[in-house]
Design a protein around this ligand. Structure first.
Ligand SMILES: [Zn+2]
Ligand SMILES: [Zn+2]
Length: 335
């Protein structure tokens, strides 16, 4: 859609998961009614949760996918989007800034319950817009959402400068966690399966730990891969009285921990989901600031970029980790 097609009443192109594959379909244009702001999407990234939800059959075929979103508002502001917001029903969780655990709010996440960002335009509550700091391009700002996941998780675990942190799993979330923790002064090691992931971890200043190397002594291990072998590495390599932080998604899967070792070390297990608002403000605003402060992040993390009409190829590339995929970005309105 060109600039002059902005208010056209014709449909917009959007990616939806229909008949077990991601397909580009024409959908009615989102309308900026009910006080919503229209955002022309410049970048929308594929998340492992999109793939996990698709595999588990949890994606609604009538909802546009994509919750890692950035673009331009109709009045020309460069923004990222916080895909979950308060439920608006005066609930205690939302009032406390914990809309990430409010059942009503999480049924209305963009990309899952409401139309998301893998489309030419997306309608967003003004309160869910995130102004981009100077120097951050909307072509990269889809990375703010996964950074916010890490900001929130580290807030829950009260990570401190100088903490020795092991990240088990070199996917996009593990690498984002490595970047954030390193920026905040932690000593970060990453265990990753694929060469591209190891190279990205090193580019982000982390140490790559091979599985055959000695156990190490970590204060916190971050489980950024949803496999039993990753969970057992996380428990084995964290020191007594340490913590295991769950960052991976477990759609349709259980979590198995080596129980005796977990208990004898008196480990703490900390879960975390999405992001919210704490005493320092919204996690997602802190994430936007981080993206400005870590300018090397997009080049290290974004492995592929595709136009919207190559959405199926984009999802195929995202699944192929051994083929070098880290973060795959769809660009509906490349600038
Ligand atoms: Zn995500
Ligand atoms: Zn609520």
């Amino acid at each position: 859609m060109g600039a002059d097609g902005w208010h056209a009443g014709t449909g917009v192109k959007a990616l939806r998961f229909i008949d077990r594959r991601f397909q580009l379909v024409d959908v009615p244009p989102p309308v900026g009614d009910g006080g919503k702001t229209l955002v022309r999407v410049r970048s929308a990234a594929i998340c492992s949760s999109d793939l996990g939800m698709a595999a588990a059959g949890l994606l609604d075929p009538e909802v546009t996918v994509g919750h890692e979103i950035a673009g331009m508002t109709t009045d020309g502001a460069a923004v990222a989007v916080e895909p979950v917001g308060v439920c608006g029903e005066l609930c205690e969780w939302c009032a406390a800034g914990r809309y990430n655990v409010c059942g009503r709010a999480t049924r209305r996440i963009l990309g899952f319950g409401l139309d998301g960002g893998m489309a030419e335009t997306v309608a967003v509550n003004p309160s869910s817009l995130v102004r981009l700091p100077a120097g951050v391009s909307p072509d990269d700002a889809c990375l703010i959402e996964p950074l916010a996941v890490c900001v929130h998780a580290f807030r829950r675990i009260e990570m401190r400068t100088g903490n020795r942190l092991l990240i088990v799993g070199g996917g996009a979330l593990g690498l984002a966690a490595a970047a954030v923790a390193g920026h905040w002064g932690a000593q970060v090691s990453v265990m990753a399966r694929h060469d591209a992931q190891k190279a990205a971890a090193e580019r982000l200043g982390a140490t790559v730990l091979e599985s055959e190397s000695r156990a190490g002594r970590f204060d916190v291990s971050v489980l950024a891969a949803g496999t039993d072998s990753a969970a057992s590495e996380a428990v084995r390599r964290v020191q007594r009285n340490g913590a295991v932080l769950l960052l991976a998604s477990f759609f349709g899967k259980g979590l198995t921990l080596p129980g005796i070792e977990f208990t004898l070390k008196e480990l703490r297990l900390v879960s975390s989901t999405m992001y919210g608002r704490g005493t320092q403000g919204r996690d997602i605003d802190a994430a936007a600031k981080l993206l400005a402060e870590i300018p090397e992040l997009p080049a290290a993390m974004v492995s592929h970029r595709f136009p919207l009409d190559a959405g199926e190829e984009a999802f195929a590339a995202a699944k192929d980790r051994s083929g070098g995929a880290i973060k795959v970005v769809i660009e509906p309105e490349a600038g």
